[in-house]
Design a protein around this ligand. Sequence first.
Ligand code: MG
Length: 343
Amino acid sequence: MQAQYKTFDLLLKHTFSIANFSRNHTPVVLLKLLYEGCEGFGEASMVPYLGENSETAIDFLNKVDWQNFKFPFDFKEVNAYLDSIAEGNTAVKAAIDIALNDLQGKLVEKPCYALYGAQPSAMPVTSYTLGMDTLSVIKQKLMDAQDFRAIKVKLGSADDKAIIKTIRNITQLPLYVDANQGWLDKERALDLIHWLAEQGVELVEQPMAKLDIEGNAWLTERSPIPIIADESVQRLKNISSIKGAYHGINIKLMKSTGMYEAHQMILEARKLGMKILIGCMSETSCASLAAAALAPLCDWADIDGPWLTQNNPFETPILANGKYQLTQASGLGLSSLKSGFWS
Ligand code: MG
């Protein structure tokens, strides 16, 4: 097996702000694996708060012995091998897992979703995310969201109600709210959640600090709409520690080390009776299509990376009625890379 990789800055269309943080680009590594005449693509999107960057990713990739991977790929073994190289590094591990899944699909001539038993007909709509912005920018961004049938909005400031009212003046689409740990007082948070539920908000992600298990659990017990853990859960092993504190979890491939462990998390969450949102980081079509392959196994999807970025080297995925259209193509179903990418 041969590996080729390249780092680049994935540029956001708009500066993206959440509670206490903002950015306008994300370092990404694109990985291409060549094996028995097939190409598999993978992607690591390294959002700064998870501690990876281009250097750590390249350093990790340089330590991988690609001859270890023999078809048919045993993803449990792949996972254990990558974890044996170093702890953490979840995004670059995801790049390798995604590229091997793409290859596996191409070698057995099946779409990736079929490898995991996902049915395209069960695909949920994917939401379009609005960062924290001035009310006029929010209005503008909603104009970009015409293909979407759900909106996710970042809250966690003094303007929370004004933001929701602005959106509700423009659209009645279902809303998902992500507080990104921005709410500090549980009683005020609960009042706000009741108000949000009346405005047609369907779920609230990470209302309070990730380490405040008790505060989040208190809200979960009382909230009229599902409370979903995001920052509180990264990998499979974290689910047991938040059991009971949330109604569900947000799985992202860049946190879970890719598709194999994300699927394990889906199975574990279902066993515990938890709801599942599948999300993304600032990503190209590569990691987004990998998440979309698992999305039919989840309750909600928030896989809007390709629409929030401006230099995606692949074609943007196709949405119909706000849902990813999964094709019969083998592997991830990616378009060819735009020419000149590797030069
Ligand atoms: Mg979130």
